[in-house]
Design a protein around this ligand. Structure first.
Ligand code: TXA
Ligand code: MG
Length: 363
């Protein structure tokens, strides 16, 4: 559907130390918050990725998020709170392990699934009787939520299927003219979305790996299960590209190659040569360590590094921006290396596998 809005852009400089209290009186925050209260959709930075916010208690407001993103309405949204006092508006009770997790990791990149109240707009939860809640660790996010005075439903501020936005420019490239405004607070820090954990079951189960690792949570509440859907390792036979569930995906066709380093390089080079022979513009999702090797190969047109496997935090931070840069440079066929699944690596590999839509080769 056609949406034709004048998207406002408010720049907020939070490089100088600003408290949530001070930010709440900035005109940009006051403006954006009043739009949210009126039922409009506004994008804002969080510590993970930019979110696309609307009043979580209003179906009419939340409907606009789905329209702007082109998101299927059976995928529930995360509700963001600015202070612990807002929790009772959205969740009826918090199991003991949930309380411990909040105490340890809020504000922070952890979304906790809880039994919902009747006040939460039905569209937010896609008809489920549970709701995902988090308190983001970003002064601008906290300020706008507090100033709006209502819990804010906010998925990542990208068009459905695209890599999540880690800058305001990414948001505008997907949603200019489709949302009321964007608060520009610079690049986000964590780079991948929050971890989603369901504490309505025991042991709690991780539904999406993210900024808080399984190891960190287990140190606080003991054993935590993983949803089987993201434990998939490399598959021998690539799934038919037509079967892909595109998510976080660049426009070009991304393939991941995993295995012993020398063999991986050999296979990637062979794939690139073949793609070039078919007239495609090729790309390599490289690491700092392999970057100069690939830039020296004539079959690789665009070589971008996501960082070093020894610094997975940096890889998480840069991943989506790199996927988007392949698009900006019209890359049609991309091959990439894989990373360890330890710590943040689990979130990184989960996003990479989704971006590749199951196109993973094991050599
Ligand atoms: O870091 C983040 O979490 C970002 C920023 C903006 O806060 N938000 C984000 O939202 O990633 P979104 O909508 O792109 O992802 C929401 C995830 C989806 O995987 C959804 O299925 C899951 O949370 N989710 C939400 N509510 C749920 C529920 N009640 N039960 C199970 N899964 C739920
Ligand atoms: Mg998303």
């Amino acid at each position: 559907m056609e949406i034709n809005l004048m998207t406002k852009v408010w720049s907020v400089d939070n490089s100088v130390e600003k408290t949530v209290e001070k930010l709440r009186s900035c005109t940009q925050i006051v403006d954006a918050a009043s739009l949210l209260r009126e039922g409009a959709v506004v994008a804002f930075p969080t510590e993970t990725v930019y979110g696309l916010g609307a009043n979580a208690l209003s179906d009419e407001a939340v409907e606009k998020i789905f329209q702007a993103k082109g998101r299927p309405s059976d995928n529930p949204l995360i509700v963001h709170i600015g202070a612990i006092e807002q929790l009772s508006a959205v969740a009826v009770e918090v199991p003991e392990k949930g309380k411990k997790l909040m105490k340890a990791f809020w504000p922070g990149p952890l979304t906790i699934i809880l039994p919902k109240t009747d006040r939460v707009a039905p569209l937010v939860t896609a008809g489920l009787d549970s709701v995902g809640v988090r308190m983001p660790d970003h002064p601008i996010a906290l300020a706008i939520i507090e100033e709006a005075g209502v819990p804010i439903a906010a998925p990542s501020a990208n068009r459905s299927g695209r890599p999540s936005p880690t800058t305001a420019a990414h948001v505008l490239s997907d949603l200019d003219g489709r949302v009321a405004g964007v608060l520009d607070g610079g690049a986000t820090g964590v780079g991948v979305e929050s971890t989603v954990i369901d504490v309505t079951v025991d042991p709690p189960i991780v539904l999406r790996p993210g900024g808080i690792t399984r190891e960190q949570m287990e140190a606080v509440i003991g054993s935590v299960d993983l949803d089987p859907s993201f434990q998939v390792g490399a598959v021998e036979i690539p799934r038919a590209p037509g079967m892909k569930y595109t998510h976080y995906a660049p426009r070009g066709e991304l393939w991941l190659v995993t295995g012993e380093a020398a063999k991986v390089r050999e296979k990637m080079a062979e794939m690139l040569r073949e793609a070039k022979a078919h007239g495609q513009k090729t790309g390599v999702l490289a690491s700092d360590e392999s970057f100069s090797f690939w830039t020296a190969q004539p079959e690789a047109d665009v070589v971008l590094s996501v960082g070093s496997p020894t610094d997975l935090e940096k890889v998480a931070q840069q991943l989506y921006a790199v996927l988007r840069e392949f698009d900006d440079r019209q890359t049609q066929y991309i091959v990439g290396e894989t990373f360890s699944r330890d710590g943040l690596g689990m979130a990184v590999m989960n996003r990479l596998e989704k971006a590749a839509g199951g196109r993973i080769l094991s050599v």
